[in-house]
Design a protein around this ligand. Sequence first.
Ligand SMILES: CC(C)(COP(=O)(O)OP(=O)(O)OC[C@H]1O[C@@H](n2cnc3c(N)ncnc32)[C@H](O)[C@@H]1OP(=O)(O)O)[C@@H](O)C(=O)NCCC(=O)NCCS
Length: 154
Amino acid sequence: MIEIREATLEDIPFITTIFRDTITNVNAKDYSEKQIRQWASGASDIDQWKDRIANSYFIVAELNDTIVGFAYLSKGNYFDGLFVHKDFLRRGFGIKLMRIIESQALAEGYEVIKADVSITALPFFEDQYYIVEKKQKKNYKGLAFEIFKVYKEL
Ligand SMILES: CC(C)(COP(=O)(O)OP(=O)(O)OC[C@H]1O[C@@H](n2cnc3c(N)ncnc32)[C@H](O)[C@@H]1OP(=O)(O)O)[C@@H](O)C(=O)NCCC(=O)NCCS
């Protein structure tokens, strides 16, 4: 059974494990070892995860009571994160999470949703009709990452 629900603070250990494992196994093909280490180390910023859960629209996808992915929307229409566990890719979880995030932005009165997406996730976002506004370098913990600014009209 697939269930999508809002995240709670108790979910943080599962969310951070998916974050670290997905980056080190899935995104690793598109970024340097140093970038991957730096990005994945964000899993340990527990205060930041607490803040995201408290202040964003943060949802998790569960399959038989196991969290297999998560997504969050901040500032009303900024699609801030979307991660699916490496062992559960291409099973429709990413799309389900995306649809609910988009519906939330629409329900909050926004006509456009924006995101900064990784090289790895770009084909998925383009497949879902997101348009690339520009390619740029984004600084994360002192390292530059190549990302794509995208948007979609809802
Ligand atoms: C991007 C991501 C969330 C997609 O999750 P997913 O659950 O595998 O996606 P879905 O199963 O819902 O994919 C639905 C469709 O999107 C397209 N798609 C998904 N991943 C794709 C990829 N890597 N390349 C091309 N198309 C892709 C396909 O059309 C797919 O349908 P199909 O499997 O029937 O061909 C997942 O790959 C991920 O977590 N990536 C790493 C983390 C990341 O970079 N996140 C974004 C940064 S914020």
